[in-house]
Ligand binder design. Structure first.
Ligand code: NAP
Length: 277
């Protein structure tokens, strides 16, 4: 049987998901397709319902649908419920189940690429949007002891601290306090969109006083190395961009749909090729 999958977003033209998932299907000799669908918010409910009729195995869900899709599903995983957003739908014989693989995808990439035991590190997350929620919940669930969040809109950082309360404490810091205490953090993660193409000269945060042996991570991977990561690297920090998160969130979704281990190296290779074009 052929597996039909795809991604729902609006706009969707930039998505690297089709090339990544089609390469993974081909690599494992699985018959199926993965296509990008531009779904206007007004058409989301109908599009989700059509997954059952058209026997789709599942779809990824990207901006702006990650939260609004939730009421249209039959079930939502505990992780996705805690995060408050869904990025993957699996069709189990007509029952649509929502998952969130963004947070676990980021966690896997941070652990693999940092090569460190991150549980006892002091971590600062900059930003409090959807990606930050996924990252914060996953870091706390993994057991990161000290986690702080700072954001332009502080109330959104407080919301994330509230979501994380059942798992553990998250400290909310106004930007000025976070900025004055850069030296006290071992890992600093940018989850804002500042520095993303086309406005690549901007920085979300000053790294003037960064410790040499810090780890600095950015969820952005276009550009491949943001100005934030360039400055961190010049200060002697280890840097991690958002490509690993993208590959891993896709790989976990692929595994939910196919039950097979995703060919992560192949997925990374084809995405890197499209980024070079
Ligand atoms: P979002 O929900 O719109 O959140 C955006 C965040 O950026 C908020 O914290 C917002 O602050 C902050 N921000 C935006 N413009 C700002 C400005 N001019 N000054 C200060 N803060 C600003 O977006 P998201 O879905 O979380 O995505 C955030 C980033 O993560 C994007 O660059 C996205 O591409 C990336 N991402 C990467 C992956 C991956 O696989 N690598 C996955 C998901 C997301 P306020 O709350 O104050 O508005």
């Amino acid at each position: 049987m052929s597996l039909n999958m795809g991604v729902f977003g609006h706009p969707i033209g930039h998505s690297k998901s089709p090339v990544m998932h089609n390469a993974a299907l081909k690599e494992l000799g699985i018959s199926g397709t993965y296509e990008a669908y531009d779904i206007h918010p007004d058409d989301l409910e109908e599009a989700v319902d059509s997954l059952r009729r058209n026997h789709f195995r599942g779809v990824n869900v990207t901006l702006p649908h990650k939260v609004s899709v939730m009421p249209f599903l039959d079930e939502v995983s505990s992780d996705a419920r805690a995060i408050g957003a869904v990025n993957t739908i699996v069709n189990e014989n007509g029952r649509l189940i929502g998952y969130n693989t963004d947070g676990q995808g980021y966690l896997n990439s941070l652990i693999a690429e940092s090569g460190e035991d991150i549980k006892n590190k002091r971590v600062l997350v900059i930003g409090a949007g959807g990606a930050s929620r996924a990252v914060a919940v996953s870091l706390k669930k993994y057991g990161v002891n000290f986690l702080a969040i700072t954001n332009r809109t502080l109330s959104k950082a407080k919301d994330i601290a509230r979501i994380c309360e059942p798992i553990g404490r998250v400290n909310v810091l106004p930007s000025t306090i976070a900025q004055a205490n850069v030296t006290s953090f071992d890992i600093i993660i940018n989850t804002t969109s500042i520095g993303m193409e086309p406005d690549v000269t901007r920085m979300p945060f000053s790294l003037e006083t960064l410790k040499r042996d810090s780890i600095v991570s950015d969820l952005i991977y276009t550009p491949f190395k943001t100005r934030f990561l360039q400055v961190a690297e010049n200060k002697g920090a280890k840097t991690i961009n958002g490509l690993g998160m993208f590959i891993n969130q896709g790989a976990i979704a692929f595994e939910l749909w196919t039950g097979k281990q995703a060919p992560r190296d192949k997925m990374r290779q084809v995405v890197l090729e499209t980024l070079k074009k």
